[in-house]
Design a binder for this molecule. Structure first.
Ligand code: KIV
Length: 282
């Protein structure tokens, strides 16, 4: 089957068919997402936290994201692959933004890049990247790369000022050429307004019903330790299962129960005799 296209994503929105997006950061994760039949895979900068152990998304670099993105690309056949751009790699100028986006397309085979924010300078970056022929997914609402400026990792669009800004930003990213927008941590009623305002698909995360949904893979698998956002739903217990499997392995090694005879290779008697002869100095 061929890779999903932007017109097909638009058709899904028009038909009211929810678009499924999930993050992935490596080949096995991408293979699982592909086998599960998701529409879009996001190589998220959330990999900074869930894969690399940083406490925020800002630490990840383009080179690190590219390693993850290449593996994800190799693991997908039909899913549309979107790559986050790292914080600090598009902020300086439109030229810098285009150079960064080009790397994801040329080096990792990304189908699109995702940019956080909807203020005037972000709209300029989106326009520049789209003009270079690279599809852009916008990301508004809670934008983790600039969470400090937003007052922390908190829902957006809950005050009159914030709700009005969200509508302005949504219209702005659409006008700038984004073909799709991720809306994060926004009240359901405000997402409804955004859906009325926009023609492009809205992928929600903590934003109620939308044209599609995205979750961080490690959150939905139950791998993430400690606090998770209110909007996270866990569909698995892979974290606990992984710990249990490693603990069982450790216990068997310590009890000399692993490896068993079935896990070893057999040598011909002459080979054993030759090895012993060397040991005996013959
Ligand atoms: O990096 C990421 O995982 C994201 C999603 C939360 C949308 O941007």
């Amino acid at each position: 089957m061929a890779r999903i296209t932007i017109p097909q994503l638009r058709e899904k929105r028009a038909a009211g068919t929810p678009i499924v997006m999930v993050t992935a950061y490596d080949y096995p994760g991408a293979r699982a997402a592909e086998r599960a039949g998701v529409d879009m895979v996001l190589v998220g900068d959330s990999g900074a936290q869930v894969v690399l152990g940083h406490d925020s998304t800002v630490a990840i670099t383009t080179d690190e994201l590219l390693v993850l993105a290449k593996a994800v690309r190799r693991g997908t056949e039909t899913a549309f692959v979107v790559c986050d751009v790292a914080f600090g790699t598009t902020e300086a100028s439109d030229v810098q933004a285009v150079e960064t986006a080009v790397r994801f397309v040329k080096e990792a085979g990304a189908d699109a890049v995702k940019l956080e924010g909807g203020n005037a300078s972000r709209l300029s970056r989106i326009r520049a990247i789209v003009a270079a022929g690279i599809p852009v997914v916008a990301h508004i609402g809670l934008t983790p790369q600039t969470a400090t400026a937003l007052g922390g990792l908190r829902a957006q669009g809950r005050t009159t000022e914030s709700a009005a800004r969200l509508v302005t930003e949504a219209l702005g990213v659409q006008a700038a050429g984004a073909f799709c927008v991720v809306v994060e941590a926004v009240p359901t009623e405000i997402t409804e307004v955004l859906r009325e305002a926009l023609d492009i698909p809205i992928i929600g995360i903590g934003a109620g019903p939308a044209d599609g949904q995205v979750l961080v893979l490690h959150d939905l698998l139950g791998v993430t330790e400690g606090h998770t956002a209110k909007f996270v739903k866990s569909y698995g217990t892979i974290g606990a299962d992984t710990t249990a499997a490693i603990a069982a392995y450790a216990a068997e090694v310590r009890a000399a129960a692993f490896p068993g005879p079935e896990h070893g290779y057999a040598a011909a008697p002459e080979a054993v005799a030759a090895a012993r002869a060397v040991l005996a100095g013959e």
